[in-house]
Design a protein around this ligand. Sequence first.
Ligand code: EPU
Length: 299
Amino acid sequence: MDRRVIEALHEVGVPFRENEPFSRHTSMGVGGPAAVMAFPRTQEELRKTLAVRGDLGVPHRILGGGSNLVVAEEGLDELVVNTADMRHVEVRDDGTVLAEGGANVIRTVVRCCRAGWRGIESAVGIPGSIGGAAVMNAGAYGFSISDALEEIVVYDENGARTEPPEGWRFHYRGSSIPEGTAVASITVRLRRDEPAVLEKEIRELQLQRARSQPGGRNAGCVFKNPPGLHAGKLVDEVGLKGTRRGGAVISARHANFIVNEHGAAAGDVLALLDLMREAVAKKAGVELELEVKVWRPRA
Ligand code: EPU
């Protein structure tokens, strides 16, 4: 890594750490170190961090909540911009909610429901950050984040770009927001309802999720559902539930989840992903597409 990055981050006053393990910043708990991980606390610090990266031309990635991510054991010789410390949430009286990119989705949903605002309650089971959820267009129970979006502010090395969601395209588990662009904040528009009604609904959704999905260290569903099919059902039908590699296991509760049970290495998780994809291709004739992001050193 270019040492000038360290000097420049010092100069602009953005906190950072060197050789910071991804295993500390991903829900799966695997992955080697990032050469430099920066932790901007404000939009201004985010702007400065991305300007440093633009000026020096170093490779970089944006890390949200790390809840949909598997990073290779060798880590990345890159500047990683971790937005976790930008987590301000403002629930306003007019029913709009501004949430910064690093805010936790579940906490944001619970806050909105307690304040009597309906519109994003179905996202109560989605782990990870607001920024990651927006870029990935995360969803559950028929709802996707893009359904509620009113505005989204992103930063790249040229500064801020504010757009209504129509400026971006959103689709099933994806968007046109380019890799390397950081979501600074989103605004959603909600409507009034009774806090007690909303709280009951989110409790039920949480129970439903706990019944059908595993807890522990995982990265959510690892494959996208192919049109008209369910990846979990396909992996289940080829008999892979409970299969282990090192400390990682294909969940016995839901076959589209890999759980890091005890000290799994990234290679264990990647080996299970390959096994699942190959078995479903061979036995069911369906090509599964990854939903989780896999970060490896660039060629
Ligand atoms: N099924 C099996 N075996 C399994 C898992 C599922 O036969 O091991 C069957 C179920 O019985 C059901 C069908 O597959 O008939 C669908 O399962 P489920 O209702 O659990 O939903 P899913 O399609 O597997 C999707 C999302 C989840 C989201 C749930 C609930 C994707 C890839 N997955 O799962 O999102 O929480 O619906 O809305 O779109 C995620 O994005 O990370 C994620 C977990």
